[in-house]
Design a protein around this ligand. Structure first.
Ligand SMILES: Cc1cc2nc3c(=O)[nH]c(=O)nc-3n(C[C@H](O)[C@H](O)[C@H](O)COP(=O)(O)OP(=O)(O)OC[C@H]3O[C@@H](n4cnc5c(N)ncnc54)[C@H](O)[C@@H]3O)c2cc1C
Length: 438
């Protein structure tokens, strides 16, 4: 009998885990399960629509999907269509790779006001993630936006808001989102970080891109920039120095007549969102950094803004029977082992950090533990899963169904757009049923 394996989550870590399992256990049969009818996780629904070359990694995942013994089981959600207990009873090995889909939220007065949009919804909106909030009517009226956070996701949000029609055309952005961004009377975009440039998690390419915008100029508060990166840890010093050079170049540029300003602000935190039926401003406090931690001073100021996106991190959504760690919101695990026969990889294991390739290293490490544990091939696997799903009439989407969606989305593209995604789940499901003509 062959080892039956369920990989729950068809994002990068799921594909790398499936690939590593096939290498370690060549006869294993792997079901890659995902809640959406489409694979690729955050490569499809997170990576910015203007970063198309990053998305080329999906070609590798498509090849894994084509390998003998691998099935894609889309539109099946763990916790909704099947329980964790059922999953364990059916598969010899369960690999959890469901990422972190819940946003970390700001815990300050006014954080529930309209205009404050969770990062998952905002990114989901421009990336056409089914069921995410439609932010078009908000963005089309936005004059000033605040993005809280000092990581690449904050830069993605700011950059996309600052782009023009011609900069958005050759992307896979949701067209209605592009339209709202282009029409918005947006003049100021503030990217605010509670600590300094040395502590920020920006990558050099993403930071540099802010200097290449057609109609937006990026500025930074020069007085707050350290002279060098000597305070950084040795392992990241070079990276921080490169970022500092970019920031200095932004701060030295003379103001020009481009209509939009991206303001990079360090050592500041939002402490209150102001407004009655819609946010109108954000009260901020200046911080100092003591032992690596942001400490508020007495100095406060106000930024007028109609939109605020807290890009301050993610945590795993809870699933019955699966304990999460209190510290980082990841699935509780010991080096990737959750309990006998169950393992966790990717963001769900180590938290929301690293680049796509980090998940490959991570998945290989965990699969080497599975080799050590040497599980027995005794459970029903795919047949058992199919029984559970058919008893519940679950409308699953297989690899052929996904490829039909893919072909239709590509056909909807053109004029530089590689594809126009389906945003409505029912539309995706309907499309998946029209099989690609042989
Ligand atoms: C906005 C954003 C932009 C990013 N941009 C870049 C970038 O430009 N370059 C880069 O290298 N990295 C980028 N990253 C990081 C990169 O996307 C992650 O490292 C990577 O996607 C993590 O892989 P994962 O498989 O752990 O999780 P995910 O990619 O999140 O995949 C998890 C999968 O599990 C599925 N799932 C969730 N819950 C369930 C459930 N209950 N049942 C079934 N399926 C479920 C989801 O639908 C999803 O397909 C970005 C991240 C974000 C959030």
């Amino acid at each position: 009998m062959n080892l039956s394996v369920a990989v729950v989550g068809a994002g990068p870590s799921g594909f790398y885990a499936a690939d590593a399992m096939l290498k370690a256990f060549p006869c294993s049969r792997i079901d890659i399960i995902d809640r959406w009818p489409t694979p690729f996780g955050l490569v499809r629904f997170g990576v910015a629509p203007d970063h198309l070359s990053t998305k080329n990694v999906t070609k590798l995942y498509e090849k894994i999907l084509d390998k003998p013994g691998v099935r894609f089981i889309g539109n099946v959600e763990l916790g909704r269509d099947l329980t964790y207990e059922e999953l364990k009873s059916v598969f010899d090995v369960v690999i959890l790779s469901f990422g972190m889909e819940a946003p970390r939220v700001l815990d300050i007065p006014g954080a529930n006001l309209p205009g404050v949009v969770p990062v998952t919804d905002f990114v989901g909106w421009y990336n056409a993630t089914p069921k995410s909030m439609d932010c078009s009517s908000l963005v089309v009226k936005t004059r000033s936006a605040v993005v809280v956070g000092n990581g690449n996701v904050a830069l993605d949000v700011a950059r996309l808001l600052a782009k023009t029609e011609s900069e958005l055309v050759a992307t896979d952005i949701e067209p209605s989102a592009a339209e709202a961004i282009v029409q918005a009377p947006l003049r100021d975009i503030y990217v605010v970080g509670r600590r300094g440039p040395i502590e920020s998690n920006f990558s050099f390419p993403e930071l540099s891109e802010l200097g290449e915008l057609l109609e937006a100029q990026t500025s930074v508060e020069n007085a707050r920039l350290p002279a060098d990166a000597s305070a950084a840890e040795e392992s990241v010093k070079k990276k921080k120095e490169r970022n500092l050079r970019v920031l200095k170049s932004f701060s030295e540029r003379k103001a020009d007549d481009r209509p939009v300003r991206v303001h990079l602000m360090f050592y500041v935190s939002p402490i209150e969102i102001i407004g009655s039926d819609q946010m109108t401003a954000v009260k901020m406090v200046r911080n100092t950094v003591v032992n690596g931690k942001a400490v508020a001073t007495d100095e406060t100021f106000v930024i007028d803004a109609d939109l605020l996106v807290p890009a301050i991190g993610y945590k795993s959504a809870s699933i019955k029977g699966l304990p999460l760690s209190g510290n980082d919101g990841a699935v509780r695990n010991q080096d990737g082992r959750v309990e006998p026969g169950v393992y966790v990889v990717g963001w769900a294991r180590r938290g929301p950090n690293g680049v796509i390739g980090t998940n490959r290293v991570d998945a290989r490490e965990v699969v080497s533990l599975i080799e050590v544990d040497s599980p027995a091939a005794i459970k029903a696997g795919s047949v058992g899963l199919d029984n559970v799903l058919s008893e519940r009439n679950v409308d699953l989407v297989d690899a052929a169904g996904w490829r039909q969606i893919d072909a239709a989305e590509t056909a909807r593209g053109g004029g530089g757009r590689p594809r126009v995604k389906f945003r409505i789940l029912d539309e995706m499901l309907r499309e998946s049923k029209k099989r690609v003509a042989a």
